[in-house]
Design a protein around this ligand. Structure first.
Ligand code: SF4
Ligand code: SF4
Length: 298
C-alpha cells in the first residue's frame, strides 16, 4: 500500500516516526510538512498543494489544523488515492462545518475522521482497513494470573503510545493495569487536546484514555470500574434516554450504552470510561459508578 503523508507539528512527526519504526517506511511514497503557524482560515489553499505528487492509495493528514485540511481532496485527486484518514485531536482543528466541506468536495474519496486517531477501526474500505489492521484503536494480548506476565501489542495507537504503555504494564498486579494504563498514556505524553469537544461532550485526551483502558480490559477479560444502571429505577418512559444521547463513547460510534428489549439502559463495562456524564444526565438518578470486578464476554 502506498501512503502519502500531509503532516504538521510534533504530533505529525511522532506518527511518521512510529510508522517508520514499525517497518512502514517503504510504504510512504511522499510527504509534505506544513508549518504549525498557518492561518486557521485560508481563502485560497491551492498554492499549498505539493507540486509533484506520486501515485498513492491512502492519504494520511496528521496534525493539520483548520482550512489547510482542505488540501486533502485535491491531493487525493492528484495522487489517485480513493481513501484518506484525517484524525481529529482537538475541537478547533476540525469544526463540523469544515469536516462536511472536505467530505463534500471529494465525493469519490472515502475520508474518515477518527476522533481521536487511536479510535480508528476497519470500516470496509481496503486501504483504510489495511492501515487500521496495524494502527488505530489499541488491541492487546495479555497473559496474566494475579500479575501481568506478558503483553503484546496486536494493534497500536498511531502515535506509538501503546508500545510504551505495554512495556510499562509488565509484572504489575492485574487489577491495577487498567487505571495504570491511563496514567502511562498521560506520561507518554498523549498529544490530544484537553479542551471539551462540543460535538462529543468530552475531551479528545479522555477519549484516548478510554480506548487504551478498553484494550487492557479486553486483554485481561475483566474491568475494575464501570457505570452501572439500576434496572429498578431506569425507566425510559420517564426520560429522553439522556444517558445514550450524552455518552461520549456512544457519540464517537461505540455501543457503550444500549437500550434493551425491556426498555432499560445497559452499559458495557469494556468501553465505559467512567466519565460520569451519564450519571449526571440521567433524570431518574439510575446510574452510579461502581468499583468491582466486571467479567467481560468473549
Ligand atoms: S439510565 Fe436514566 S437516562 Fe438512561 S434510559 Fe434509564 S432512566 Fe433514561
Ligand atoms: S460513565 Fe456513562 S457516559 Fe461515561 S463512558 Fe461510561 S457509560 Fe458513557
Amino acid at each position: 500500500m502506498k501512503i502519502y503523508l500531509l503532516i504538521s507539528g510534533k504530533y505529525g512527526s511522532r506518527v511518521v516516526n512510529n510508522l517508520a519504526e514499525h517497518g512502514m517506511a517503504s510504504n510512504i511514497v511522499g510527504m509534505e510538512e506544513y508549518p504549525e503557524d498557518l492561518p486557521h482560515f485560508i481563502d485560497d489553499f491551492s498554492h499549498y498543494i505539493p507540486h509533484s505528487l506520486p501515485d498513492a492509495d491512502l492519504i494520511l493528514a496528521v496534525g493539520l489544523s483548520g482550512d489547510i485540511n482542505m488540501v486533502v481532496p485535491e491531493v487525493a485527486r492528484k495522487t489517485g488515492a480513493k481513501s484518506a484518514i484525517i484524525p481529529i485531536y482537538s475541537p478547533e482543528q476540525m469544526p463540523p462545518g469544515l469536516q462536511q466541506e472536505i467530505t463534500e468536495s471529494a465525493p469519490d474519496v472515502r475520508i474518515v475522521f477518527p476522533k481521536p486517531f487511536c479510535s480508528l477501526e476497519p470500516i470496509g474500505d481496503a486501504p483504510i482497513d489495511e492501515f487500521a489492521s496495524r494502527f488505530g484503536k489499541p488491541v492487546l494480548y495479555i497473559k496474566s494470573d494475579n500479575f501481568i506476565k506478558k503483553v503484546k501489542v496486536l494493534r497500536g495507537a498511531p502515535c506509538g503510545s501503546t508500545d510504551y504503555i505495554a512495556k510499562g504494564l509488565w509484572s504489575m498486579p492485574a487489577e491495577e493495569a487498567e487505571l495504570n494504563a491511563t496514567q502511562k498514556l498521560h506520561n507518554y505524553p498523549c498529544n490530544a487536546s484537553t479542551d471539551t469537544d462540543p460535538a462529543v461532550g468530552d475531551t479528545s485526551m479522555h477519549l484516548a484514555s478510554y480506548q487504551i483502558k478498553e484494550a487492557v480490559k479486553r486483554g485481561l477479560g475483566f474491568a475494575v470500574k464501570s457505570a452501572v444502571v439500576d434496572d429498578e429505577i431506569c425507566d425510559t418512559a420517564k426520560c429522553q434516554e439522556e444517558c445514550l444521547k450524552t455518552c461520549p463513547q456512544v457519540r464517537i460510534g461505540l455501543e457503550t450504552i444500549t437500550i434493551s428489549n425491556e426498555e432499560k439502559a445497559i452499559i458495557d463495562p469494556a468501553t465505559c470510561g467512567y466519565c460520569e456524564i451519564c450519571v449526571k444526565e440521567c433524570p431518574q438518578n439510575a446510574i452510579e459508578i461502581q468499583n468491582g470486578r466486571f467479567e467481560l464476554e468473549g
